[in-house]
Write a protein that binds this ligand. Structure first.
Ligand SMILES: [Zn+2]
Length: 370
């Protein structure tokens, strides 16, 4: 099942919406059309309330997108890559690849989103306050102001990985000059906020303050889980710290010729070697990679007349790494690749092969203190 519905690209960044968002949007529209707007702006028709609610949802969605674009575009300016923006149940996520090069960069990226929400919220609030608007428009503008200022306040809670927590992380990192310690403190605070919210939600429901407040617990649970994820990422980062591709590379791997048939490959290579993936080398250049599963996907009856060049993964689709690249950076690219492997090629010459499992072994050795 695909969870993300693609909506297109803005500034080259793919935008998508997680479908868990849609039922929430429907619920919110129903609530505003039948309850909030009729009590706040009485005397309008049912259709008008429905249009108002739909317009508010659409505007809020656009505001959320602008908030995430704020993060993404500033990150791009800091030289970072953006995988995409996904809007989901509790807001949006701009997936920024790699690591922040400095606390300053992390600070600027973290502040950009709330700054956008502040401008939107303040503008709509000011217009609602100052401009004489027809009732139907006024209702939408007021709520657009309120909801964006609420979004701003929520995001500024200093609970990692919310924006406020990231700002706190950047500040701690700047003053302690120790990224690992800044992360541990931020993760601890994030988890603390999450636990308090879970408790408040449970207490609110137990004391009959309304079942709606169970949302506090849901958001709290999300914070606790997200903080745990950030903590693990930091642990991996510390374990791989100082290691480069050169430390785990497998030099002079067994290569195969592109002109071999699969039957020849099977007889000559598979029985005598223990590898599952082979670089394909035509005598002068590396032209691709042959994972055994590409061979297995071809029916056995065709192995006699199918050549490796027909089933290999071409070099354009293979992850290329640099020997000096840090492992933290390399592992991100390798893990995202279907082959889970990459090649190091220097001056047109194959230096070696690196796989996710090589990185995992290096990680284990470090973790066991070897
Ligand atoms: Zn944000």
């Amino acid at each position: 099942m695909r969870w993300v519905i693609p909506l297109g690209r803005i500034a080259g960044i793919p935008i998508g919406v997680n479908w868990t968002w849609l039922p929430i949007v429907a619920l919110v529209i129903a609530n505003y059309a039948s309850d909030v707007f009729p009590s706040q702006n009485p005397g309008l028709s049912g259709t008008t309330y429905l249009v108002m609610a739909a317009a508010l949802a659409l505007l809020f969605f656009a505001g959320l997108l602008l908030h995430e674009l704020g993060h993404a575009l500033v990150a791009k300016r800091q030289g970072m890559q953006i995988e995409g923006i996904t809007l989901w149940l509790l807001g949006g996520v701009a997936r920024i690849l790699g690591e922040f090069p400095s606390p300053g960069a992390e600070f600027r990226v973290a502040v950009a989103g709330p700054a956008v929400s502040f401008v939107i919220g303040a503008t709509f609030a000011a217009v609602a306050w100052l401009a004489p608007l027809p009732d139907a428009v006024d209702g939408v503008v007021v709520w657009m102001g309120i909801s964006n200022l609420f979004l701003l306040a929520f995001n500024l809670i200093p609970a990692y990985p919310l924006d406020g927590g990231r700002i706190l992380h950047a500040v701690l990192w700047r003053f302690q000059r120790d990224r690992g310690s800044a992360t541990r403190v931020s993760v601890g605070i994030g988890r603390g906020f999450g636990l308090v919210m879970i408790g408040l939600g449970v207490a609110a429901v137990a004391f009959g303050l309304g079942p709606g407040l169970v949302w506090l617990s849901v958001v709290g649970l999300f914070l606790v889980m997200a903080a745990g994820g950030e903590g693990r990422t930091e642990h991996v980062r510390e374990m791989l710290d100082g290691l480069t591709v050169a430390d785990v590379i497998e030099r002079d791997p067994v290569c195969v010729l592109p002109t071999l048939t699969l039957a020849e490959f099977f007889d000559a290579v598979v029985w005598s070697q223990r590898y599952t993936t082979y670089p394909v080398f035509d005598g002068e250049h590396v032209v691709g990679m042959l994972p055994f599963r590409n061979v297995a996907a071809v029916p056995r009856s065709r192995w006699e007349d199918t050549r490796i060049s027909e089933v290999m993964t071409p070099l354009e689709s293979v992850v290329l790494l640099d020997e000096q690249e840090t492992l933290t950076e390399a592992v991100g690219r390798l893990a995202a690749d279907p082959l889970q492997r990459g090649l190091v090629i220097e001056d047109d010459r194959l230096v070696g092969l690196v796989s996710v499992s090589d990185v995992a072994r290096a990680f284990e050795r470090r973790a066991r203190g070897m």
